[in-house]
Design a protein around this ligand. Sequence first.
Ligand SMILES: C[S@@+](CC[C@H](N)C(=O)[O-])C[C@H]1O[C@@H](n2cnc3c(N)ncnc32)[C@H](O)[C@@H]1O
Length: 406
Amino acid sequence: MSLAPAADRAYFAAFLDLRGRPGVVVGGGRVAALKADALLRSGVRVTVIAPEICQCLTELALVGAVRLERRRFAPGDLVGAEIAIAATNDPVVNESVSAAARALRVPVHVAGNAALSSFILPSVIDRPSLQIAISTAADVVDRKRGFVSLVGAGPGDPELLTLRALRVMQAASVVLYDHLVSPPLVELARRDAERIYVGKEQDNHALPQAQINALMVRLAREGKRVVRLKGGDPFIFGRGGEEIEALLEHGIAFEVVPGITAAAGAASYAGIPLTHRDYAQSCVFVTGHLKDGSAQLDWDALTRPNQTVAVYMGVGALAQICRGLVEHGMRGSTPAAVVEKATLAEQRVVEGTLLTLAEKAKAGRVAPPALLIVGEVVRLRAKLSWFGATAPTQASSAREETTQGS
Ligand SMILES: C[S@@+](CC[C@H](N)C(=O)[O-])C[C@H]1O[C@@H](n2cnc3c(N)ncnc32)[C@H](O)[C@@H]1O
């Protein structure tokens, strides 16, 4: 019995480290742009050769991402190249690229023609790239005069970043990030991007807000493409509005990329639907951050029936908030939970009622970032909890649970 693989599956799978190495893309259209983009994202120094070049590639060249040679391909173009891709609509040119590459022992891929290729590209690569190439034009124009993307990084799990957030992070030359943005997320920025921690733990700002605003403005004025990366969603208790106002005042172009807010992330990963036809037809997001030592909340609005209340920054005032809700008419037996470090492997959920939760959270040393969820929907967690293994934290008959992500 032969151990050799069937001829049509005889590819040897490998990942090439081509960072900083020269590569050639022959072709100036959309497919060539996609291939160039895939190479760029692996750090290849790309030269594009074609007599006619599409807008996308032209703009990539304008910002120095690729080198353009507006002419026909010549076999000598591949001397020194470490990878070559032909993506023209002229079979003769594609064939000559393939022949030249093989003669020089340069790995070559001809789009849509495996017979002329010495390697194939998995089609999955093309899908995200497609979007990148399509939206590159607008981005590159903006990059020339500085641009700020206010980006929501989501609640913690890097996989909850949106595709758009990832794309702008990979295009940015500077990333200003907050305390709540987890380190693996910051790592998703372009390899050579400058990463600046601007902090903002409650009451412990690495940079005061005014300085963060000034820094964004200065970097954008230097022509940089800046990502301002914030935990959750920038427009939900994230001061995103204030930062955008500062940019507007200085005439800086910007965009806002929404993120998954902590309430959505915490609720999903704790198995607590924020709304449910049987239990809650509305949900309010509120900050529990103390001002002058007291949680100044609209208690009447919070204690409406058939509603879920999600409290951000409520750990410090947990006892006051739970007490206030009861004093303003909520039943003491209303279920409530705090979700600490939601969506991360270390996520913990402490569950109780308005009468018991504060004590349990204290005993369990719940610390920020944590989100308080109050309402009948919390009961559903008993059925719907799915994230990680569940183990009791204390020998207690009361319902207190710690969920560790696996
Ligand atoms: C300044 S607010 C920022 C909210 C953020 N813009 C958002 O949309 O999620 C910070 C608060 O969000 C909540 N939070 C953020 N990330 C969290 C997480 N991973 N788990 C639990 N709560 C979180 C906590 O209540 C924390 O105190």
